[in-house]
Design a protein around this ligand. Structure first.
Ligand code: NAD
Length: 420
């Protein structure tokens, strides 16, 4: 046994954490069930946006290793779990990966170990799901080993805030567990914030994401009626943003994407309903509004063509930017997918362009990529700006389009038909 830190799940969350801990001098072992991930990392190749191959090679030089051999957990003093927590087909929390990871830890648990769950989940998971599996080993949390929850706050593509300078919230099963987890994170994170317990730390993450989800839904709903009322909501938001206190700007768009905003609040509302029998109405309403934005955008594209006597059926329609946020390659839960499904079902002739995405398929069917942006734009009856990647020259795009539907409000007002 030595001072090894094991990180389980080497994705968008686990890998940047492993990099930061390795840089701070920790001896880090990364564990993942994917042989592809393990082999890639062992060969010095990164598969996430925020790390390049050089970062991985630096980590390897500093002693980091990746493996799918979970028996090596026996060597670890600290274990951090960063596995995915998606939704099941029925929209319920899917904790299969967390359960599998915890069972692996339990099989190698030893006195003095610190176990931290980072995966986003509903409040009570650490205490009610993780702790019993670990304690089945005969060891007791808070007595024989330390147990804590610390939500991940990674923001892929954010050049200003990374794992080191984003304050880290930590809540332990007991105060001593919190102290042990705080000591671990304080060795490579600038600011560590203690919560009362694991539930408060779990809930803090859900509050952050639910807050965004609800506020985005509010401006999305406003976008629809401001359009009807001929009010420029972008102008409204710029004006309101000048208030130096009590206001934070959220902007409308074609829907919400990624693996936090469209998913995490559902963990909370599902849990409230299952436990208490009543709905978390704000979340359910926000879900409904954000989920219907792609259909709204499709209708507005149809209106734009219709105004020129054109039908959507057969219209060559170019989607610009299909990732869920700008300047990253991640397309998970991107609203471009439901929009493409609706447009295709209505007979549009679809193609896409994205500087970060080479191949893109929707519902198992490949969407043609425009090899050349300008040629693609010139060939299209309508271009739909879904993601304003900074690589896009918006003036150039707007200048070349026959029709442009700008869902981000970033092109000059004279050039665009915007969402509002
Ligand atoms: N990506 C983000 O921006 C972000 C931000 C905050 C929180 N989170 C949360 O962090 C958690 C991880 O998300 P992510 O984006 O890193 O996921 P990811 O899909 O990028 O990576 C997860 C990794 O875990 C591996 N894995 C799956 N099951 C495993 C198991 N049983 N044992 C070991 N490895 C396993 C997968 O092979 C994959 O490499 C989720 O709960 C997510 O909600 C993500």
């Amino acid at each position: 046994m030595n001072n090894l830190t094991a990180i389980i799940g080497l994705g968008y969350v686990g890998l940047p954490l492993a990099l930061e801990a390795t840089r701070a001098g920790h001896h880090v072992l990364g564990l993942d069930i994917s042989e592809e991930v393990v082999c890639g990392l062992t060969r010095g190749l990164s598969h996430v946006d925020d790390l390049d191959n050089e970062d991985v090679r630096d980590m390897l030089a500093l002693g980091f290793a990746a493996t799918s051999d979970f028996s090596r957990l026996v060597e670890a003093q600290t274990v951090v779990i960063c596995v995915p927590t998606p939704l099941s087909g029925e929209g319920a929390p899917d904790l299969v990966a967390v359960q599998a990871a915890v069972r692996n830890v339990a099989a190698h648990l030893h006195p003095g170990m610190l176990i931290v769950l980072e995966s986003t989940t509903y409040p009570g998971t650490t205490d009610e799901m993780v702790r019993p599996v670990l304690e089945a080993s005969g060891l007791v949390a808070g007595v024989d080993f330390h147990l804590a929850y610390s939500p991940e706050r990674i923001d892929p593509g954010n050049a200003r805030f990374g794992p080191k300078n984003t304050p880290k919230v930590v809540g332990g099963h007991t105060p001593a567990c919190t102290t042990a987890a705080v000591a671990f994170y304080a060795s490579f994170v600038d600011t560590v914030v203690r919560t009362k317990g694991t539930r408060e730390a779990e809930m803090a993450k859900l509050l952050e994401n639910t807050y965004r989800h609800i506020n985005i839904a509010m401006v999305n709903e406003m976008a629809r009626f401001c359009h009807e009322l001929d009010i420029d909501l972008w102008d409204v938001i710029s004006a309101a943003s000048t208030k130096p206190f009590g206001f934070q700007a959220f902007r409308p768009g074609p829907g919400v994407g990624g693996h936090c905003i469209p998913i995490d609040p559902n963990y909370l509302s599902h849990n409230v309903r299952a436990r208490l029998g009543y709905p978390f109405r704000f979340v359910e309403l926000a879900q409904e509004i954000n989920a219907t934005m792609p259909a709204y955008v499709a209708r507005r594209i149809q209106d734009l063509l219709n105004a020129d006597g054109r039908a959507l059926r057969g219209a060559s329609t170019l989607l610009l930017g299909v990732t869920y946020k700008p300047d990253i390659a991640d397309t998970r839960e991107s609203p471009a997918v439901p929009l493409a499904k609706i447009l295709r079902a209505q007979g549009a002739n679809l193609s896409f362009h994205d500087p970060y995405v080479k191949d893109w398929s929707v519902g198992g069917e490949e969407i043609t990529a425009a090899a050349d942006l300008i040629e693609g734009i010139r060939d299209a009856d309508v271009c739909v700006l879904l993601q304003d990647h900074s690589a896009y020259d918006l003036n150039l795009i707007a200048g070349q389009c026959r029709r442009l539907f700008d869902t981000r409000g970033v092109c000059a007002p004279s050039d665009r038909v915007q969402l509002l």
